[in-house]
Design a protein around this ligand. Structure first.
Ligand code: BES
Ligand code: MG
Ligand code: ZN
Length: 509
């Protein structure tokens, strides 16, 4: 809307890390340092080769300094002018059998930190081990260097930093082409993840439903995607009583955001259709079933599902998956007020089912109920929802793992594998049908909580399932991994952008 100020995160002011590909050998790399991979089992053949150039000095140093090559441990050794580069950095990868896509990203995120500490401005790499490292390198370094520093007047993000360069040396033109593809992919996936992190980290006073709707319109305009915002009046006409009920206590008007991507080639016009639904509670106070102080502190993150979908759409034009994708994001605040929905109130969802709202803090399932039911009328082949839905899922699986709920085992496998390939973990959770009766209400078709603090992630998922009649569906509960309380090298404290890379990977596959 013209009155809403939009700050865009599309391009961060300047990328501090530049990645280039060059044909040549690591020995001649004109960088300050070169990096070599080392397994706990020993040097890679490539590292061996450089070690010979240095007269066995590298191996001698690993013994003298007791370097065991554990994951994310580094050893910096001078080259004494035997190479163009002044220094050699040995990167510990740990045990071969334990290595995976996540470890790779963690190593490179730790490396980003190390480069900064050591003030190393350019680093040479080569395709030197039997794992695909380029995409992991770009993602690890970019995501590991992430900071949300825009509101700090002093601090690391405000210090003037020189641009660092990472040069990847390849043997020939063919390798150049194939690695360039991986590099670009890593850049696009990182950019999208950072987009989601920024949205989650931004205070809720900025990322209001109106703001998110304007952002979606910008994305739609930039990429020529269809974008439609269903305003409060539209929601009333459509009969989305559950979303409206949650929004009732807030001064911010609710929206249902719809973005739509069609594959470019007309031959793909009849491609499969996927509806992505993302929970967009821009702040969750719990409503009249108010949260305790410590539970509420991070609740600006309760729109991480919607943020992930916006982030996915922000790069779809570059990835061009061969599927028709519709994003649906119900967005509203969950606030207590004199107008707020009260425990015991009954709302009617888009599909006509009535819901007794016993606990106003179980609001995510209410707004998703309308969006899922509406999504099914668009006749997709698949519905996938992403939501910071339950504290119970965080208790069950912790901060590193998301729950995945679906009756389609193949889908569970496909999504988990898409996640594993980019270092995001999903664990299959049961949609235990015998728990359905716990959602029975005396006054309405169903109630929004069971009243017992057991199996909460499952009963929430079962509630969602009531709003889909037959379309294949999977639900991702990202309440844990959407936010990092402490933070790691790869996932600094705050919003993580979790699921963005998995979804992009899944859509492409
Ligand atoms: N947004 C929360 C879930 C959540 C909790 C996300 C912690 C991330 C971290 C959701 O709206 C909620 O409040 N769920 C309740 C449900 C309960 C009332 C049945 C919960 O998990 O406590
Ligand atoms: Mg809640
Ligand atoms: Zn919530």
């Amino acid at each position: 809307s013209p009155t809403c100020k939009v700050y865009l995160f599309f391009v961060r002011i300047k990328p501090l890390m530049k990645f280039t590909l060059k044909i040549g050998s690591l020995e001649q790399a004109q960088t300050e340092a070169i990096a070599l991979f080392v397994w706990e089992e020993g040097f890679t053949p490539y590292a061996d080769q450089i070690d010979r150039v240095l007269g066995g000095f590298l191996k001698k140093e690993t013994l003298r300094r007791q370097f065991k090559a554990e994951t994310g441990k580094f050893l910096i050794v001078p080259s004494y002018k035997k190479l163009f580069a002044e220094k050699v950095i040995l990167l510990g990868l740990g045990k071969k059998a334990d290595f995976n896509a996540l470890k790779a990203r963690q190593v490179f995120a730790a490396l980003a930190k190390k480069l900064k500490e050591e003030g190393i401005e350019s680093l040479g790499f080569a395709n030197q081990a039997d794992f695909e490292f380029v995409q992991a390198l770009v993602e690890g370094i970019t995501l590991g260097s992430y900071q949300f520093g825009k509101y700090k007047s002093v601090g690391p993000s405000k210090e003037k930093e020189t641009e660092k360069e990472i040069v990847i040396l390849v043997k020939d033109a063919r390798e150049l082409v194939s690695l360039r593809e991986k590099l670009t992919r890593g850049e696009i996936l990182s950019q999208a993840t950072i987009f989601a992190r920024d949205l989650v980290n931004e205070p809720s006073s900025v990322t209001t439903p109106t703001y998110l709707a304007s952002l979606a319109e910008k994305i739609g305009k930039n990429s020529k995607f269809l974008c439609k915002i269903y305003e409060k009046e539209d929601l009333k006409k459509l009969g989305m009583g559950a979303l409206l009920g949650v929004a009732q206590g807030s001064d911010e008007p609710p929206k249902l955001i719809r973005l739509e991507y069609n594959p470019p080639s007309p031959r793909l016009r009849r491609a499969r259709k996927i509806v992505l639904v993302g929970k967009g509670i821009t702040f969750d106070t719990g409503g009249l079933s108010l949260k305790k102080q410590n539970e509420m502190e991070t609740m600006k993150m309760d729109m991480a599902g919607a943020a992930a979908i916006l982030a996915v759409f922000s790069v779809l034009e570059k990835i061009k998956p061969r599927v028709h994708i519709i994003g649906l994001m119900p967005v509203t605040e969950n606030m207590p007020s004199g107008k707020a929905i009260k425990p015991g109130d009954i709302v009617k969802a888009y599909n006509g089912k009535t819901i007794e709202v016993v606990n106003t803090d179980a609001e995510g399932r209410l707004i998703l109920a309308d969006a899922l039911a509406f999504g099914e009328t668009l006749k997709p082949d698949l519905i996938l929802d992403i939501a910071t839905l339950t504290g119970a899922c965080l208790v069950a699986l912790g901060e590193d793992i998301a729950g995945i709920f679906s009756d389609e085992q193949k889908l569970v496998k496909e999504i988990s594998q898409a996640g594993e390939a980019v270092g995001e973990k999903f664990w299959p959770m049961p949609l235990e049908k015998t728990y359905r009766e716990l959602l029975k209400s005396e006054t309405a078709d169903l109630k929004n909580v069971t009243g017992r603090h057991v199996g909460g992630a499952i009963t929430a998922a079962l509630f969602l399932q009531e709003f889909i009649s037959k379309t294949p569906w999977a639900h991702l509960d990202i309440a844990g991994p959407a936010w990092q309380e402490k933070g790691t090298d790869l996932l600094p404290r705050g919003g993580t952008g979790f699921a963005v890379r998995t979804i992009l990977n899944f859509l492409e596959a």
